[in-house]
Write a protein of this length. Structure first.
Length: 206
């Protein structure tokens, strides 16, 4: 295991995240107020996600959907609960900013495989499960190579490739490409989906 992967990656996370939280504090406060006014309470979306080695942690981000439900009390499809303001938050990736707190706590890294749903853990092939060998990230190799426009299998291949090639140079490249991708507003969602279709497992993958 290289020094960067074992110790340097966490040091770089802290060196970038602490100043970012200080500089972005006014923006975070403004976004929290706008979310409260436009989408209601709670301002933050909280959900258990698998972290390093699959250990659960509570991910936080700004909420981007309403609580609209059907006559039976079930949440409406994502596309129907996603408001224009929510779409703006997702397109600009501003909804992800509270995850800087997850990085500060050590649950996440700036760069790594995106933390997905806990229910997916049992559906991964042994190779796909390797994505949990490092901390999940706000952005990652899959996010700058297609993001939500990628098929699940391609996304997981990108995640595992990253696990095998972690380096400072690669992380800095991914961070730069992420900024450029956010500016271009590309690959925000899969075709015909508000974000991504649910992962239901796969056959023939190892």
């Amino acid at each position: 295991m290289t020094f960067y992967r074992k110790n340097g990656k966490r040091l770089v996370d802290l060196m970038l995240t602490v100043p970012a939280l200080i500089l972005l504090a006014p923006l975070l406060a403004l976004l929290a107020l706008l979310v409260r006014c436009k989408l209601g309470s709670p301002v933050l979306f909280r959900q258990q996600r698998p972290g390093l080695h699959g250990k659960p942690f509570e991910l936080i981000k700004f909420r981007s959907m309403t609580d609209a439900r059907d006559q039976h009390g079930n949440p409406l499809p994502d596309a129907e609960r996603l408001t224009p303001f929510g779409k703006f938050l997702r397109k600009s990736s501003l909804d992800e900013l509270p995850e800087l707190w997850n990085i500060l706590k050590g649950d996440m890294s700036l760069v790594g495989p995106r933390p997905l749903r806990m229910e997916y853990l049992a559906l991964y092939s042994p190779q796909q499960a390797r994505r949990h060998e490092i901390r999940p990230g706000i952005t990652g190799w899959a996010q700058v190579n297609g993001r939500n426009a990628l098929a699940w299998q391609d996304k997981f291949r990108c995640d595992v490739w990253y696990v095998d090639h972690v380096s400072l140079k690669l992380d800095l490249t991914i961070l730069w490409l992420t900024v450029w991708q956010v500016i271009k507003h590309e690959d925000i969602s899969a075709e015909g989906e508000a974000t991504m279709p649910k992962f239901t497992g796969n056959e023939g993958e190892t």
